[in-house]
Ligand binder design. Structure first.
Ligand SMILES: Nc1ncnc2c1ncn2[C@@H]1O[C@H](COP(=O)(O)OP(=O)(O)OP(=O)(O)O)[C@@H](O)[C@H]1O
Length: 253
């Protein structure tokens, strides 16, 4: 079966200052390859500084890769030098939604901006889409009139989810998106994500330090160390018989 998302030999280099007038290149990601099927979840784990957030940003188009390919449903999204098409099919959700939601706008205005900038929908169609999306993430239609500061942390993460889902993406990248939630809200949000996945065939790239979430949600695990893949396979196999020292260390923490 054709994978939904195929990543081949992805690399990210940065030029950093090495002296008064000189720069050197450092590799943040090296030769990353993996595939995700429709409705599947890939968990990305690794120690701090391993490159997980860099990978998240590169996948979602918030940062540019230096080499390699990103192929979504046989469309070349990144060809080794530049990004093609729009970023609506792979969307990113961060740990702290307060930093990415404009406090001066209502939730309805934030969601409407997203639709105005990325679609040709009329204002009536946009309002209908906003109402449908709020309902999809378990918020009320009236919540479109609220400002971000009027929500709890768990509700705000639902708003961030609504903003990601309103463009009907195929892949959601969750970069520690569940980490700041308290355990009961986290459990509700996980159930919501799994329900959405069952209903729509959405695929997830789940970046987290919570191994219980990895076990519960993911089909595959990719282990990063210093920007390189040191282990990649089915979740059950990785947890049952980790091969790399990094993975063994992470699983015993
Ligand atoms: N703009 C930048 N300039 C220089 N170094 C950077 C930059 N962005 C990231 N890095 C470095 O790249 C490495 C990977 O960072 P990244 O944030 O992707 O790691 P991470 O696995 O997400 O870590 P954490 O679990 O702590 O969030 C780190 O060593 C970081 O210092």
């Amino acid at each position: 079966m054709q994978p939904l998302l195929k990543v081949q030999g992805l690399g990210k280099q940065l030029a950093v200052r090495a002296g008064l007038l000189s720069h050197k290149k450092v590799s943040l990601l090296k030769d990353i390859s993996f595939c995700i099927g429709r409705g599947e979840t890939l968990a990305v784990i690794g120690e701090t500084g391993a490159g997980k957030s860099t990978l998240a940003k590169v996948l979602a188009g918030a940062d540019e890769a230096s080499s390699g390919q990103i192929i979504l449903e046989s469309d070349l999204v990144h060809d080794g030098t530049s990004r093609h098409g729009d970023c609506r099919h792979i969307r990113l959700i961060f740990q702290d939604p307060t930093t990415s939601l404009n406090p001066a706008l209502t939730i309805g205005e934030i969601l409407d901006d997203c639709l105005r900038l990325n679609t040709e929908l009329s204002s009536e169609q946009r309002l209908e889409k906003i109402k449908q999306t709020l309902a999809k993430v378990g918020l009320l239609v009236e919540h479109r009139l609220y400002y971000p500061h009027m929500f709890s942390g768990g509700q705000l993460q639902r708003v961030a989810l609504a903003r990601a889902l309103i463009l009907d993406p195929k892949v959601l990248v969750l970069d520690e998106a569940l980490s700041s939630l308290d355990p009961s809200v986290r459990a509700q949000t996980v159930n919501l994500l799994l329900e959405l996945q069952r209903e729509t065939g959405l695929s997830y790239v789940l970046i987290t330090h919570h191994l219980s979430l990895v076990k519960h949600m993911s089909d595959q695990v990719l282990v990063l160390d210093h920007g390189e893949v040191v282990e990649y396979g089915k979740t059950g196999e990785i947890f049952g018989n980790p091969q790399s020292k990094t993975c063994q260390r992470l699983l015993t923490c």
